[in-house]
Design a protein around this ligand. Structure first.
Ligand code: ADP
Length: 368
């Protein structure tokens, strides 16, 4: 009795089968009992970029990567013993790893002995790459969604604070006025006005954040030296007030970015260097840069209050402030990070700890 996967081509439909095989859009091949290719259809020959004379006689296993060869060899032995199989394997061609799906179908002679194997092989490289890319995009989207959720939560929380103040003082004001108490009215109105100003400031900064990467994406070569000089000039009075010693290296590089945004980066870092100074010292700030293998590092160094190691990541989060007594919104460094990352760069801070100053390091990748 013939086994179930018995297949013969002597059923009078040979011409039709041959036509199908010749025009099939997948590689169809035959392998002899020694594991050598004896036939490959035109689609297969196009796949290996060869012709029938060259392909016939080649070992099938030579088209399989070292990594998958033992597995495929085992399946081939089983197929020669009569067991069909489907499998995937990879092959390295001109430096690129290609992925294929393939099969071994035992073909038997009228006596029921396996006389050769047929197989169908399909190039899965492009669909596999598309699948990997799809998975990457899904992960990226999920992470962006999580960021967005966190962002909405933090923003609404932060905007609530001035609102609570406003509603609280409006209530007190209402009570006072109904009772004819007018003594503290001016004070309460001041508190309300100040909370409104805080909220306005927060909203302006958030709007600024949302613009990064959405608009202002026209990058150009920007000489950092010019930007630093302009910011230092704009902060002239604050710096003079502190008797600041500002040292700017004269070899600051030209980087590829948005001029206005880079101005904001330097402005935020220098304003922070002034704001987070040590009380007793005339402040020292230095700005320099050096080349690395893959780009340029620019350092903005101060001798201010410094930062504890555990906060060096957190200060770049939105609304993160280490000392609520010092005025600020906690948006500046989040904006700095967003701008620099939008340029393909990175920013981090180094500090030897409280009282030991801080160094903000901006990395600008080399333009390819
Ligand atoms: P803001 O300046 O509005 O508080 P930032 O986002 O610019 O917000 O900074 C976040 C926090 O990081 C600051 O509140 C401060 O605690 C810390 N920080 C920023 N720059 C410095 C610095 N140069 N030295 C010490 N701490 C700093």
């Amino acid at each position: 009795m013939q086994p179930e996967n018995h297949l013969t081509l002597d059923d009078g439909n040979q011409d039709r089968y041959q036509l199908l095989i010749a025009h099939a859009p997948v590689c169809i091949h035959e392998i002899d009992l020694e594991g050598r290719l004896t036939y490959m259809n035109p689609a297969g020959l196009a796949m290996v970029d060869s012709n029938l004379d060259k392909v016939c006689g080649c070992r099938y296993l030579d088209f399989v990567s070292d990594k998958d060869r033992a597995k495929v060899e085992r399946l081939m032995e089983k197929a020669l013993a009569g067991e069909a199989s489907e499998f995937e394997f990879s092959f390295e061609f001109e430096g690129q790893v290609l992925t294929f799906s393939s099969s071994f179908i035992p073909i038997r002679n009228p006596e029921g002995q396996v006389e050769k194997l047929m197989g169908i092989t399909q190039d899965l490289t492009v669909p596999k790459q598309a699948e990997t890319e799809r998975e990457r995009l899904i992960l990226e989207l999920e992470s962006k969604n999580a960021d967005l959720e966190r962002f909405v939560y933090t923003v609404s929380h932060e905007l609530k604070t001035p609102l609570v103040t406003i509603s609280g003082f409006a209530g007190i004001l209402h009570n006072d006025l109904t009772k004819g108490k007018t003594k503290a009215v001016e004070q309460h109105v001041d508190r309300i006005t100040s909370a409104i100003a805080t909220m306005n400031h927060l909203l302006d900064e958030l709007l600024e954040m949302s613009r990064v990467g959405r608009v202002d994406n026209d990058f150009e070569p920007v000489p950092l030296g010019e930007i630093v000089a302009e910011v230092v000039e704009s902060l002239h009075f604050q710096l003079a007030d502190q008797n600041a010693d500002v040292r700017i290296a004269d070899d600051l590089p030209v980087v590829h970015g948005n001029r206005l945004r880079l101005y904001e980066v330097i402005q935020n870092l220098l304003e922070n260097a002034i704001k987070f100074r040590k009380e007793s010292f005339p402040i020292k700030i230095s700005i320099d840069a050096h080349d690395t293998d893959d780009g340029v590092m620019c350092r903005v160094q101060d001798d201010g209050i410094g930062i504890e190691p555990e906060y060096r990541e957190r200060i770049f989060d939105l609304f993160e402030r280490l000392d609520p007594q010092i005025p600020g919104t906690g948006v500046g460094l989040a904006l700095v990070r967003r701008i620099i990352e939008n340029m393909g760069g990175k920013v981090r801070v180094e500090s030897d700890g409280p009282g030991k100053g801080s160094t903000f390091i901006l990395f600008f990748p080399r333009q390819k």
